[in-house]
Design a protein around this ligand. Structure first.
Ligand SMILES: Nc1ncnc2c1ncn2[C@@H]1O[C@H](COP(=O)(O)OP(=O)(O)OP(=O)(O)O)[C@@H](O)[C@H]1O
Length: 666
């Protein structure tokens, strides 16, 4: 191309990068200045506080991380070059230097193709090394050039070694991922994706996208990310802040429902029953059974007069409140308000005056009114309801055997001193939902959703009743006893039965040789999911059979030492019971090692209990004795499938016992 000189072009792009960086610095400087003068310009303390908070957020949002490039792409549209990056950067005159990746125009960066160029003549991707712009790659869509997944820069990004917590993927979001990321706020979606297809990445970027497009609304109602455990939450915790989003709540389901501390344990049978959706009915029945027919009129004296409410109107009030279908506690308030209303009307009739607030408050507390209310619509707390049900679970919804399995044989003195288990906390949350309305988030992203029990799904449904959800998961990775076999069931419990189920099958994490090994397990897992295909041609797989007389742990150390020769993170994944021993071995061998929770650790080796590996990834994974991982739990084969698909570059499987049959079958 005449006049096109690579060096000049690269120099111009570098110039644009440094100008943008300087402009961002000035934007931040202005925000900081405003922040520090905020309380002087604000009229009152409240405004100062609000302004201060807004500005503090703005300063955080404008933070510049020198190791992440300010822009990663460029679109040429009608002689205009738009640089696309993590956030808007404008010059002092307000002209854009970098477009936020979420802006409507940026969409073409991810979606334009030769077939549908969307006005884009050239798409440029930039290559960076440690924040330095070092290369670029052009696709001249107007000349029929399209690289797709063979882009060198995309491949380099995908194959870059992993260290520390998860990174954002804004520079390389793929078209089918982008479609999910940019779906409307009103759309609830379920993504069925094989391991490493970018489900988590899609969910996090979707949250960032929605916050950008519906900032005010979602700031008010909130966005919630639900993950399987705290190790996973720490692993993903840096992604949204890197995208400028610092106000998203992240929680585990257990964290969401933690109204009281867990002090008890259940056996597997009881746990299974408590997670069954029929428990919702048992609780509902137990609660609404408490409402009784009024059997006496109310007689009240206020010091000067005596009032009487007959049985008939009282019965009507209770029946009506019941029919209105309000949460129980609101129904109780309504009954009280109507009874006091009747007293008020009588008073008005008799005295000609409307009684004041104090009188009304007093009437709502006098003994005859209180006794009436407690008799027909007794006060209940979530804990007291669950305690009652567990002390006496008699309900036809459960079999006699099931009732016995969950029955408490000894009554605690009070609901406060009761030893509730983790599963009881879900029941308490369900009870709280029957009593009162839960506040709903504007959008909820649920990761590893195949593992949700119906009762857990209902806890999330209560928190997304007026919002939409993004459900992410893989039926093949279901490891809980109640793991879903069909997404429709989960979606039903979540209150979004019509959400679209969209598959993702292109894997960005696991190399093809490793995917092939893991895919052998699929047929033994009894789920109907499309198998993954890997984008990665690199990668290594080694299976090390340790002879009977040799030491399995010593051989594992050999593999770890060899792995440390390469760049990137190393994980040893083992049955939970083997973890302590392995850590001791590593420490004795002078190899620093960390737990998966500790994302800030400098150690390159992490020892991961198999039950915590879900959602995580490491460059080199050493799997320790697969047979023990399989034997440790009912869905052990699913667990092994999860464990085998954590490797980004290399997988070593070290075993002394025979490998599970499904794995060796060809
Ligand atoms: N478009 C992309 N460009 C670059 N990297 C990507 C892209 N999509 C996903 N990845 C990377 O692939 C890896 C796997 O992504 P992610 O963890 O989101 O997958 P997942 O489907 O949630 O996996 P799992 O089911 O195992 O939890 C991550 O390192 C992620 O950054």
């Amino acid at each position: 191309m005449p006049g096109f000189d690579l060096d000049t072009e690269l120099a111009a792009e570098r110039q644009h990068l440094s100008e943008s960086r300087a402009a961002l610095g000035r934007m931040r400087g202005r925000a900081e200045a405003l922040f520090s003068t905020g309380d002087k310009v604000a009229g009152d303390a409240y405004t100062a506080e609000m302004l201060g908070r807004h500005m503090a957020r703005r300063v955080l949002e404008l933070a510049d991380d020198p190791t992440t490039p300010l822009f990663f792409g460029r679109l040429d549209i009608e002689d205009f070059a738009y640089h696309v990056g993590r956030r808007h950067v404008t010059d002092d005159a307000g002209e854009p230097l970098v477009l936020d990746w979420r802006a409507p125009l940026s969409r073409s960066f991810y979606r334009a193709s030769v077939r549908d160029p969307q006005g884009v003549s050239t798409r440029r991707r930039f290559g960076f090394v440690k924040g330095e712009l070092t290369s670029f790659e052009d696709e001249h869509l107007d000349r029929g050039e399209e690289l797709g997944t063979s882009s060198r820069i995309l491949t380099a990004e995908i194959e870059r070694p992993r260290v520390g917590p998860m990174r954002d993927i804004v520079a390389t979001i793929q078209p089918e991922q982008d479609e999910l990321v940019r779906a409307d706020l009103g759309d609830s979606i379920c993504v069925q994706g094989a391991p490493g297809t970018g489900k988590t990445a899609v969910g996090l970027h979707r949250a960032a996208f929605l916050l950008y497009l519906h900032r005010e609304r979602l700031r008010r109602s909130g966005v919630l990310i639900v993950g399987p455990n705290t190790a996973f939450l720490s692993y993903i915790s840096a992604v949204l802040p890197a995208l400028g989003e610092v106000e998203v709540k992240q929680a585990t389901v257990d964290g969401l429902v933690a109204r009281v501390p867990v002090k008890g344990v259940d056996d597997d049978r009881a746990t299974g029953i408590k997670h069954d959706v029929r428990m919702a009915e048992v609780l509902r029945n137990a609660l609404w059974r408490k409402i009784a027919k009024p059997i006496e009129p109310i007689m009240v004296s206020d010091g000067s007069y005596r009032w009487r409410i007959d049985l008939e109107p009282l019965r009507r009030i209770v029946d009506e409140a019941r029919r209105e279908g309000l949460p129980y506690a609101l129904g109780r308030e309504r009954v009280l308000a109507r009874v006091v209303g009747l007293l008020q009307r009588q008073s008005e009739y008799r005295t000609g005056n409307s009684p004041g607030e104090t009188w009304l408050r007093k009437m709502s507390r006098v003994a005859p009114v209180k006794d009436f209310l407690d008799a027909v619509w007794p006060a209940v707390t979530p804990e007291s309801l669950v305690m009652e049900v567990l002390l006496d679970p008699a309900d036809d919804v459960l079999t006699a055997e099931e009732q016995d399995a969950i029955r408490w044989t000894k009554a605690p003195k009070t609901a406060k001193s009761a030893k509730f288990s983790a599963a009881d906390l879900i029941l308490i949350d369900e009870a709280a939902g029957l009593l009162d309305r839960e506040t709903s988030f504007g959008h909820v992203v649920v990761d590893e959703a195949q593992d949700l029990s119906p009762m857990q799904a209902r806890a999330i449904a209560r928190r997304s009743e007026h919002g939409s959800i993004t459900l992410l998961g893989d039926l093949a990775q279901g490891t809980t006893p109640w793991a879903a076999a069909d997404w429709r069931d989960t979606l039903g419990h979540l209150g979004k039965p019509d959400a679209a189920v969209v598959p993702l099958t292109v894997g960005f994490r696991v190399p093809a040789v490793v995917v092939e090994l893991a895919n052998r397990l699929l047929s033994a897992l009894a789920v109907d999911v499309p198998a993954a295909v890997s984008l990665r041609r690199d990668g290594d797989l080694s299976i090390v059979a340790v002879p009977e007389h040799a030491s399995l742990d010593a051989e594992t150390m050999v593999e770890v030492t060899a792995a440390l020769e390469h760049e990137g993170s190393v994980a040893v994944i083992a049955a939970d019971t083997a973890v302590a021993g392995l850590r001791a071995h590593l420490t004795a061998a002078g190899i620093e090692n960390a737990t998966p929770d500790d994302v800030d650790s400098e150690a390159r080796v992490t020892v991961v209990p198999a039950t915590v590996a879900k959602g995580l990834e490491y460059d080199h994974v050493v799997v320790h004795e697969p047979a023990d991982i399989v034997a440790a739990e009912a869905r052990g084969l699913n667990r092994l499938y999860v464990v085998l698909t954590r490797a980004v570059s290399r997988l070593s499987v070290v075993h002394q016992k025979p490998l599970p049959e499904a794995l060796t079958a060809v």
